[in-house]
Write a protein that binds this ligand. Structure first.
Ligand code: SAM
Length: 256
């Protein structure tokens, strides 16, 4: 008997129908390099290992790691004990397929961490709060559109697949969940020459969502610059597409 730990965001998927729907969406193949984040009690691990000979797993909870070690041979399951937020996924090779019912308390930093490894990733399938998936996939000029949408849509195609009610988990989370597919864009349709600057500009623009770009981006752009870019300085961050943000980052001089 394992008592779910809130600090590790433990809500174990229990509903067989939704487990099946996740596995069907992932479509694991024996030759895939699959990595599961947070295998927990094995709700996804078990059915994955009926279809593939080997799986990598990153898990932080020592009690759960001990259980997994008792259940699966090391030749089947390679457990990387530790924090997925610090894990170097590039160590596992290329064409990675990363899956997981993610700990919701760290979902945003984890998505940002994983985005760094996009060149080594073939696809990702995650269970997340529906509210987070809505923000990931949001279009410009909608209330859900924000920094998360821009930074993830810069690198990934985001495909929400289906919603999952709280009752499918134990203990049930208070929120509805969604299963989402993330496909890295190769090549990137809009390339920021300086990705750190692109990230800084997105942060600055969304730091005060209700303020105009003239205000939030004043350290980067003057009125003449907005004109040259064809962007209305009276707009707000939520009105800019990913391409607009990349154009701004590529326009701003190198030393700024
Ligand atoms: N995959 C299981 C399932 O679907 O029932 C468990 C999902 S539960 C929502 C999240 C899992 O992630 C737990 O096993 C938890 O211990 C693990 N976890 C939490 N924080 C983590 C972290 N920082 N790094 C790696 N694993 C983490």
């Amino acid at each position: 008997m394992h008592i779910a730990r809130k600090r590790f965001g433990q809500n174990f998927l229990q509903d067989a129908q939704f487990v099946r729907a996740c596995i069907d969406a992932i479509r694991p193949l024996p030759t895939d390099t699959l990595v599961e984040i947070g295998p927990g009690l094995g709700a996804l691990t078990r059915p994955l290992l009926t279809q593939i000979p080997h799986l990598h797993a990153v898990e932080i909870d020592r009690d759960l790691i001990a259980r997994l070690q008792q259940t699966y041979a090391p030749s089947q399951l390679t457990i990387h004990a530790g924090d997925a937020l610090e894990f170097d996924f590039s160590l596992l090779g290329a064409q990675l397929r990363i899956v997981g019912n993610l700990p919701y308390n760290i979902s945003t930093p984890l998505l940002f961490h994983l985005a760094q490894f996009a060149p080594q990733i073939r696809d990702m399938h995650f269970m997340l709060q529906k509210e987070v998936v809505d923000r990931m996939a949001a279009a410009p000029s909608t209330s859900a559109y924000g920094r998360l949408s821009v930074m993830l849509q810069y690198r990934f195609q985001i495909l929400p697949l289906f919603d999952v009610p709280g009752a499918a988990f134990h203990p049930p989370p208070k929120v509805t969940s969604s299963f989402v597919r993330m496909l890295p864009l190769h090549p990137l349709p809009y390339l920021a020459q300086d990705e750190a600057k692109f990230a800084d500009i997105v942060i600055a623009a969304f730091s005060m969502r209700r303020k105009t770009l003239r205000n939030t981006l004043k350290t980067y752009l003057q009125d003449k610059d907005f004109q040259a870019l064809g962007i209305d300085a009276g707009w707000r961050a939520e009105n800019l597409s990913v391409a607009d943000f990349v154009n701004i980052a590529n326009y701003v001089p190198v030393n700024q």
